[in-house]
Design a protein around this ligand. Structure first.
Ligand code: GS8
Length: 220
């Protein structure tokens, strides 16, 4: 029986984009279901992710897998043959997981505060955002990808943030390229891959959706 793969997601989610890139890398066909997280989470989402009630959720032959980093690893294990995402060496694999965890804990939290806060809080967020990106630039070094010569787990986890850079830059009054040129070159390299360019949302549409969100909910 053919695999039935369903993805519960929202179009602008950097976490959902990770999963879509991984599925594209592996050539897995799936049904995409857009969730309305603000007004109305679907009964399917609440049933499939009762703990966090968050997207993305991958439903593989009826069984849910939650949390983007875990989903990408699951995809890599299930669809083994093509385009490995995680390194085969256990030490390298541990390092890749460490940096994905770093992206989740540092980059995401700082980046979100750049557009949701003001004043001193925003200045602290900007500082932390650049510290985390510069740390990642150091990890990248002179390699084409975080995965070395090939696009890997850390690349999949980080590249969706690229289509949010315009939003961070507009709210933060900075240019990422001025501070982290190597990272921008890396992002442009990743964008040459179809799995990435076809997945990443339009940066202006992301920004418009953030403006819309902020109008509805007074943040900060
Ligand atoms: C984060 C998912 C998440 O924040 C992962 O999958 O890696 N650690 C998780 N999902 C958000 C949308 S993207 O910002 C979400 O579903 N939010 C709904 C809510 O918080 O109610």
């Amino acid at each position: 029986m053919a695999d039935k793969v369903v993805l519960l997601d929202t179009w602008a989610s950097m976490f959902g984009m990770r999963v879509r890139i991984a599925l594209a890398e592996k050539g897995v066909e799936y049904e995409y279901k857009e969730e309305n997280l603000i007004r109305n989470k679907s009964p399917l989402l609440l049933q499939m992710n009762p703990v966090h009630k968050k997207i993305p959720v991958l439903i593989h032959n009826g069984k849910p897998i939650c949390e983007s980093g875990i989903i990408v690893q699951y995809i890599d294990e299930v669809w083994k043959g093509k385009a490995p995402i995680l390194p085969s060496d256990p030490y390298e694999r541990a390092q890749a997981r460490l940096w994905v965890d770093y992206i989740d804990k540092k980059v995401y939290h700082a980046s979100k505060r750049v557009w949701t806060t003001d004043g001193d809080k925003k200045e602290v967020a900007k500082k932390e955002f650049f510290e985390s990106l510069k740390q990642l630039e150091e990890v990248l070094g002179d390699k084409p990808y975080f995965g070395g010569d090939t696009f890997g787990f850390v690349d999949v986890a980080l590249i969706p943030f690229y289509c949010w850079f315009y939003t961070y830059e507009t709210f933060g009054g900075f240019k990422v390229e001025a501070e982290c040129p190597k990272l921008i070159s890396w992002a442009k390299r990743c964008m040459q891959k179809e799995s990435v360019s076809k997945t990443l949302a339009d940066e202006k549409e992301v920004y418009e959706s953030v403006l819309d969100y902020k109008k509805k909910f007074v943040l900060s």
